[in-house]
Design a protein. Structure first.
Length: 252
């Protein structure tokens, strides 16, 4: 599904990604962990096409297509989704109108007709149940006045509506209490299919106890320095990142 080869990227004069190699197959959940400033959020921003970042080397292939040649909106239409670490508010734009426009734009890109009003409302109600999104929230402006947990839950609702092939959750657990994290994790787990994949970016293993990854990567100073199974997250939580840096040095 996703093939990242020797990816380098910078913002301004500062190089952040220094040779990322990453392969994600259909149906897999990958966790990316690492200390602050290691490049985790930069990687997600580069994948979705944030214009603030400049790719200086490398390739990214998404379902056989050159991702780096696509506009950000086309990447989304092709099935790439990013759940933001800090979701923004959009005053004056109702969730219903926002999602209707997004869903129908994707259908247009795919050569499909727009959903009728009744079809859209039915779809919206079905997906609301997945993430336990209250009808009152769905009727308000996008994220306006939402708590941190409500914003994150709303992001997962948007993911449910758009049915992406590859979802990137950028520190979705940041600022969530246990109940909100459970609802978000259950929503992600319910949406998983054999043909969809997920990248979970996090500092901690608590979310990964609910969204069980197939593979865990440690990102440090712009490079993936270690890849292993889900047990790696537990080891990081117990020993910290200094331990993994020491182990990598010993392996060399």
């Amino acid at each position: 599904m996703l093939e990242v080869r020797n990816l380098h990227a910078k913002i301004g004069d500062k190089e952040i990604l220094r040779g990322i190699n990453l392969t994600i197959r259909d149906g897999e959940t990958h966790a990316i962990m690492g200390p602050n400033g290691s490049g985790k959020s930069t990687l997600s921003a580069v994948l979705v096409g944030n214009p603030l970042y400049e790719v200086t080397a490398g390739e990214v292939w998404f379902n056989g297509k050159n991702l780096l040649e696509m506009k950000p909106e086309d990447r989304a239409h092709e099935g790439l989704f990013l759940s933001f670490q800090y979701p923004v508010e959009i005053p004056g734009v109702s969730m219903t109108n926002f999602m209707k426009a997004a869903v129908n734009e994707k259908r247009k890109y795919q050569g499909l007709p727009e959903l009728k009003a009744s079809e859209f409302i039915k779809l919206m109600r079905e997906k609301q149940k997945v993430v336990e999104l209250d009808n009152k929230l769905a009727g308000r402006s996008v994220n306006e006045g939402f708590s941190g947990g409500e914003k994150k839950r709303n992001e997962i609702f948007q993911m449910a509506m758009l049915e992406p092939t590859l979802s990137i959750l950028d520190e979705t657990d940041s600022g969530l209490d246990v109940d909100a994290m459970r609802i978000v994790a259950e929503g992600v787990n319910k949406l998983k299919t054999p043909t969809s994949s997920c990248i979970v970016i996090t500092h901690y293993d608590r979310l990964l106890e609910m969204i069980r990854p197939d593979v865990v990567h440690i990102l440090y100073k712009g490079q993936i320095i270690k890849t292993a199974g889900p047990e790696l997250a537990n080891e990081i939580q117990e020993h910290g990142y200094e331990w993994i840096k020491g182990e990598v040095k010993n392996e060399k």
